[in-house]
Design a protein around this ligand. Sequence first.
Ligand code: NA7
Length: 887
Amino acid sequence: MPEAMVASRALDSSSSASTQTVDAAVVGAGFAGLYLLHRLRKAGLSAVLLEEAKDVGGTWYWNRYPGARCDIQTIDYSYSFDPELETAWKWSEKYATQPEILRYLGFVADRYDLRRDIRFGTKVTSATWDQAAQRWQIATDNGAKVSCRHYIMATGCLSAPKPPEIDGVKEFKGEVYFTGRWPHDGVKLAGRRVAVIGTGSSGIQAIPMIAQEAAQLTVFQRTPNFALPAHNGAPPADRLGALEGDRAAYREQARWSLVGVPWPQQTVVSWQLSEAERRERFETAWAAGDLAYILTQLWADQGVDVDGNKIVADLIREKIRGIVEDPETVAALTPHDHPFGAKRPCLDTNYYATYNRPNVTLVNLRQEPVKAITATGITTDKRNFDVDVIVFATGFDAMTGAILAVHPITGRDGKALSDVWANGPQTYLGLTIAGFPNLFMITGPGSPSVLSNMAVSIEQHVDWVVDRIAALRDAGFTTMEATETAQAGWAQHMADCAMLTLHRLANTWYTGANVPGKAQGVMPYTGGVGPYRSICNEVVTRGMLGFRLSGPNIAEQCNDGEVVRLQPDVRLVLGLLAQMNLPPLETMGAQGARDFLNEFNKGRPSGRPVGEVGDGMLQGADGPLPYKLYRPATPGPHPVVVYFHGGGWVLGDQQSDDPFCRDMCRRTGMIFVSVGYRHAPEHRFPAAAEDGYAATRWIADHAAELGGKPGPLLVAGWSAGGNIAAVTCQLVRDRGGPEIAGQLLVCPVTDCSFDRASYIDNAANYFVTRGLMFWFWDLYCSPADRTDPRVSPLRGKLAGLPPAFVATCEFDPLRDEGVAYAEALAAAGVPVEQLKARGHFHSSFTMVDVVITGAPGRIQMAEALRRFAGLPPEVKLPPQRLEAAAS
Ligand code: NA7
């Protein structure tokens, strides 16, 4: 029986007569709070919703400034939980206005009879966890109290407006308004001199509307933003058709998409498209007037790579130049300090064209900062602007502001949330906080929230929270709390995700940079809506991983751990591979596995342009061998790296690691010669090793012809190729040359022992499996030969070898033998640098432009090779030569 059915009017020992006792208290009657109330009730839980405003609407109640609209298409920015609700409401516009969205939320509140459990005009003043009662005790500004088992913050991400931060506001004799707290009966602007401070989404929506009414509008801009035309009108027929054609499928696709709008994942990267193709894609996106579209559908690298991003940013800059007439205003309006999408881009209607109006002036605060607000207007350090009205469109204390600033939240053992978050928000999944049992946040920091269609993210969070609370109750638990381990793991995963995208490169409200003194860091989850959803689901299927569950009549349950230990993109790749349900390579036969690999490689990004790629033949141990040569775009001669591909001595060829060779050639500024050595089972041990040695000799002898710099070579290899590289260094030392300046061993095979921990921990699930490695070994080398240093270099003599860089990956069966080799080299006096790549798998470094988080590792590898060759760490690419090579 729901607690409140017993207690809604009853008193408990800690309650006064005015304390309402419920299962769940919700704060905020916006999109999230309304759906929460509905779901809580349906789950048989008693609930009360506390709302400071006089009506429902949340952000849409407060943000009534002229031009306020959503910037996700309204058919997507809607509830999807009830198909009947969906058909009962028709949106009139592609991007609905604030009044229409507010009407919709009112309609929803009435349809589900929600108002009877909402206390309007009620502001929470404190929330305290009562350890003895295992409940939250809530105080409010009107004296009413609430005692609840679960306390749910549906307070929104952008609901605590930022103070003006400009001296003198109180001196101003005119009128002052905030876009986020706009008067309900409107503001008379006609014929008046108006100042707008701020050019974020709110300013950019309001400015064209205000310009039409005001006698004079002066816009004070600190940072120019990217804005795209909304092309508003009726909901586009194609999107509406897609939705109405199969509503359930459309919504489901949105739930698993990147940003909560059903667009497919782009796989084509910018340099695979011609300039004309890129322009065509861009023009289509510009005409579509859709942020989610332009942010996800141009090319796959636009959000993760500065070069791919610069292309779209430049095209938008070109558009601004085409619209705005005055060159000085163009320069001021042109965004220059952040990648496109790293700061929230805006959707506009006639924004840029507004600056062509005679009654509009743009003041560039970067050139003339505001000194103060005076009785009559605004003074910069160059001019005075007399105005009648000042509009602050200066934004919000985003994500944490509404949770922290509204009231003190005191958790277990008297911990204040403001202290726990002093250095930035710490959460598990953006939903819960260690030390704050039964406290939930809807779209809290650490979840996709503001980087997604909020409607989709809100429904996902509400469903997850209510389902968990109901399951907890059904199992007899009363309390759930995130563990510190799980929370720390989530912080690590958040940091890993933040490295993936370009959001970290901009000072924005996503990072807390807009609020003076606020701790900085990327607050929303950047790993995408679909991946995030799968993680939340995984927490449940793995027995509430990372939560401590307790109750008065049940043994405590704590399945502690971190839900994601893989790098985010590695997780995605492994997930996709698992979905493909491929037969194990070792069951295909050698030729079948080779054919499969060739086919598989056709689907990967092609690798970036280098100066030149050529094919040739060299002399191996027992006949000619093919090679592929990658020459940098920089002027030669270049140092030469002899490269051995991976594939377990059985698979692959001189071009199977093509993207890796291209990438390393670009990063090192060195020639890479990838050798097509002989394979097992046709050519068993020691064929590959002897070919490695012979190829190295031949390349040393022909280095000058290949365009190489005279002097020692370098050797490198991945996996079995790393094995051949390591063996080659030993053979070269023992057989009198040629001279090797350094060795790069990436996830190398170094030994024939299979009982190290990594072989056991990572035996399955990470693509290279224990079974596959056994198969490779069996095909290449009979047991009697396996301890020979030409296949197990760890068993060879290690003194006197060239300096080494050894990279190993955490989730790789070969990890520990790589580490053992690095340690043994160091013990033998060889200079060694190790990279132990956390969260990576065997293919992380060679899946260039797929596993984006592999790039920093390759940067380190390139720096090591350059150091071995006596070069400065970084190669400077002359851009004009590279482009010439690309075309
Ligand atoms: P934003 O996007 O935070 O924009 C605020 C704007 O105000 C932005 O241009 C700021 O410049 C500017 N600003 C902030 N403080 C000052 C001061 N002290 N002086 C001058 N200019 C200032 O808020 P919005 O309300 O427009 O949009 C918020 C989100 O709501 C939006 O992204 C949508 O998701 C919905 P800055 O860029 O910080 O230099």
